[in-house]
Write a protein that binds this ligand. Structure first.
Ligand code: IPM
Ligand code: MG
Length: 372
């Protein structure tokens, strides 16, 4: 298969983690006989400083001409601390999502057996965590009308949704639940927000087409508690833009490090793959950033294009790095391995697996897997 991939490294640790993902894709290319071409473009603070816009037209055009986008991270403290700024890096990402119609942000949260001790939560509570958040990504309070009234020191952000915006992601989430453990939790604030009440109406209606999926509705404040108390109860979580942003960061605590969680942002015409973590400017160029979230995003990219075997091979190589303790210091404080070494190890261990290989990290953990 040939894929043109636009690479948006972004800011902070973005370039370092993306470099490891590209190594992995090169390894997949070699091992499985595919051809991937990469073109880089600027976004975020880097673009804003060099080109005067957080999403230059050239970047958008390149994204639109490619099969997939690999995104690093974005954001810079110099902009965070300036509430008077007219333009800031995050606007670039929001515009990109909107322009590409990326309405579904899929964020899996999984606790890997080899890393279960990394979680600050009780291991017996978190060990069965295997959930996926379907976060609506192109509407809601992120995109509703905004006002700024400097004179009166007042401002508004409007949360707005319509049936179509809710329905298209709801169908994706139900379809995912059907293939998984057949449970879908709609997370909202329907006891307060009109938009949440609309979500409930639309989702309850759609649920009728998926009788095999058990639907439950949960208020977001309770969901935040339940995710920490008993994350194993969740299978697919469906939620709006803002709640999904917050709950997915919380999910990373369950998994043990925010450097582990990948994501896919999907629309009708385009798809983008990115770690859920931010630009972590404190770690920039220190060779300590965890590349796993970005590499697992590559696995999601491969799966999206039907390259299942390739995707499994990438995940297996990541699991092998865990079991061999080839991890960055966020996972094991005493680790002497840096971003590059971990990236090399994972890329070098992407190999063709037996057809009957069961991607069961317990096997790898126990050294029973054929690839160890
Ligand atoms: C994320 C990030 C972004 C978001 C920021 C960088 C705009 O936090 O992808 O979760 O809020 O969507
Ligand atoms: Mg976020």
């Amino acid at each position: 298969m040939h894929l043109n991939i636009t690479v948006l490294e972004g800011d902070g640790i973005g370039p370092e983690v993306i470099a490891q993902s590209i190594k992995c894709l090169r390894s997949v290319e070699e091992t499985f006989g595919h051809s991937f071409s990469f073109k880089k473009a600027l976004i975020g603070a880097t673009a804003l400083k060099q080109m005067g816009s957080p999403l230059p037209d050239e970047t958008l055009a390149l994204c639109k001409s490619s099969h997939a986008i690999l995104f690093g991270a974005l954001g810079s403290p110099e902009f965070d601390s300036d509430p008077e700024a007219e333009m800031w890096p995050e606007q670039g990402l929001l515009k990109l999502r909107k322009e590409l119609g990326l309405f579904a942000n899929i964020r899996p949260v999984k606790v890997f057996p080899a890393l279960v001790r990394q979680s600050p939560l009780d291991r017996n509570l978190v060990k069965n965590t295997d959930l996926v958040i379907y976060r609506e990504l192109s509407a809601g309070i992120y995109y509703g009308a905004k006002t700024k009234d400097a004179e009166n020191n007042a401002a508004t952000d409007t949360c707005s949704y319509n049936e179509k915006e809710i329905g298209r992601i709801a169908h994706l989430a139900f379809k995912a639940a059907k293939k998984r453990r057949k449970k879908l939790t709609l997370v909202d604030k329907a006891n307060v927000l009109e938009t949440s009440r609309l979500w409930r109406r639309v989702v309850l209606q759609i649920a009728r087409s998926y009788p095999e999926v058990q639907l439950e509705c949960m208020f977001v404040d309770n969901a935040a508690v339940q995710m920490i108390l008993n994350p194993g109860q969740f299978d697919v979580i469906l939620t709006d833009n803002m709640f999904g942003d917050i709950l997915s960061d919380q999910g990373s605590v369950i998994a043990g490090s925010i450097g582990l969680l990948p994501s896919a942002s999907i629309g009708t015409d385009y798809a983008m793959f990115e770690p859920i973590h931010g630009s972590y400017p404190e770690a920039k160029d220190k060779n300590i950033a965890n590349p796993v979230a970005s590499i697992l995003s590559v696995a999601m990219l491969l799966e999206h294009f039907g390259l299942k075997q390739e995707s499994v091979a990438v995940v297996a190589a990541v699991l092998k790095s865990f079991s061999k303790k080839i991890v960055t210091p966020d996972i094991m404080g005493s680790s002497k391995y840096g971003t590059n070494y971990v990236g090399d190890f994972i890329a070098d261990n992407i190999i063709e697996l037996n057809d009957d290989f069961n991607i069961n990290d317990k096997n790898i953990d126990l050294g029973k897997s054929t690839i160890i």
